[in-house]
Design a protein around this ligand. Structure first.
Ligand code: ZN
Ligand code: ZN
Length: 381
């Protein structure tokens, strides 16, 4: 993601302004983020959470006082990076050996956030929420997602371009896997996961967006099996669920392949059912459809084929800077789909002790219906 858009506007400053407006609408006085996907969304700064106090505070709009804008408090050793990589103008520091809670108290006082309702990052460690309570004892608390989830759920053109590129890298890796063919037989799940990570990087991806899942044979029947030491056998269905990142944005895709030989007889039928369910769900996507109706479209096919009890998870999840975010494609979620939303469609059937089958693509809702970000063949050979 470039820091400036086509018109030379600062996309991050624009997002901070929109967040300040959302805060007011959420009856919040302000927002406090730590290193997280929210902070990355609002500043472009990508950093793992750590034990040192590192905060972005945004007071709610309207902003009656020019001094009362976004402010960051960062460990001194981060100052140069933060000034180079973000457009936040008010950056304050504290040094190892200082009392960070006192620095937090001063910062909150300066921007008028020691009282009222404050939203904190959903993933903020409890140590930091405790220190915030100490620094602002009269405040009440809510979660940042109240104000930010609605902003993040519709992706802009730059975000979609990054996600298309990440999906292309995953698609190209599926092609590599098909060419590997019988060469995968005898590899362990772990070895194949490493191989997949290397191919994703070779196709322009930046690392993996989550730990690669390689579930061979009965391991594939555990939907969130990671990867182990099982050797892949000929004729064994292998669930392959992986993704990478481009410009911070992830892909997430699943194919279930048989690398050599003939699969169990029932597998061909199961694969056809899952593929039909996935197509039915994708076909049902259009603006105004509810998230739960997409789940229902996939589930109807699988239940109709008699495998309803073997489809043990929701049909999908939203994808953005977080690999799992709104909108969740699940029974009970009646939110209406809107253009720019991106989510996975990933029905599966899991036959305990035998094999699993899942097919997953990311799609983006468009004004007419949807666009698949993953286009590579969905067959099992
Ligand atoms: Zn996945
Ligand atoms: Zn997924």
């Amino acid at each position: 993601m470039s820091e400036t858009g086509d018109e030379g506007t600062d996309v991050y400053a624009d997002r901070r302004k929109q967040a300040a407006t959302r805060l007011r609408e959420a009856n919040a006085n302000g927002l406090v983020c730590v290193p997280s996907r929210n902070l990355q969304y609002l500043t472009g700064f990508d950093e793992e959470p750590g034990e040192r106090h590192f905060l972005l505070a945004i007071p709610a709009a309207p902003d009656p006082d020019a001094e009362n804008g976004p402010v960051m408090l960062v460990p001194a050793l981060y100052e140069t990076r933060v000034r180079e990589e973000t457009s936040v103008e008010d950056v304050r520091t504290w040094a190892d050996g200082d009392d960070p809670v006192a620095a937090v108290r001063r910062l909150l006082a300066d921007v008028g956030l020691r009282e009222g309702r404050l939203l904190v990052d959903d993933t903020m460690w409890a140590t930091f929420t405790q220190d915030l309570r100490t620094a602002a004892p009269d405040a009440t608390w809510g979660l940042a997602s109240e104000a930010l989830a609605e902003l993040r759920v519709r992706k802009d053109d730059a975000e979609l371009a990054a996600m298309r590129a990440a999906a292309d890298a995953a698609d190209a890796t599926v092609t590599d896997l098909r060419e590997l063919g019988a060469g995968a037989v005898g590899m362990t799940e772990r070895e194949l996961a490493t191989w997949i990570g290397d191919r994703l990087s070779a196709h322009g991806g930046d690392g993996v967006s989550f730990e690669t899942i390689v579930g061979a044979g009965p391991n594939g029947a555990k939907p969130h099996h990671g990867r182990g030491d099982r050797e892949i056998a000929a004729g064994e269905p292998v669930v392959l669920d992986f993704g990478t990142r481009v410009d911070g944005y992830p892909s997430d895709q699943t194919r279930t392949l048989v690398f050599d030989g003939e699969p169990p007889e029932e597998y061909e039928r199961v694969h056809a059912v899952v593929r039909e369910a996935q197509a039915a769900a994708v076909d049902a996507v259009e603006p105004g459809a509810t998230a739960e109706s997409i789940d229902r479209a996939a589930r109807d096919v699988i239940e109709g084929a008699g495998y309803g009890d073997a489809f043990v998870h929701r049909t999908g999840h939203g994808v953005g800077l977080d690999v799992h975010e709104e909108p969740y494609v699940v029974a009970g979620n009646d939110r209406e789909l809107e253009p720019g939303m991106v989510f996975s469609v990933e029905p599966g059937v899991y036959l305990d002790g035998r094999f699993g089958c899942r097919i997953e693509d990311l799609i983006v809702v468009t004004t007419e219906g949807c666009e698949r970000l993953n286009r590579t063949d969905r067959g099992w050979r």
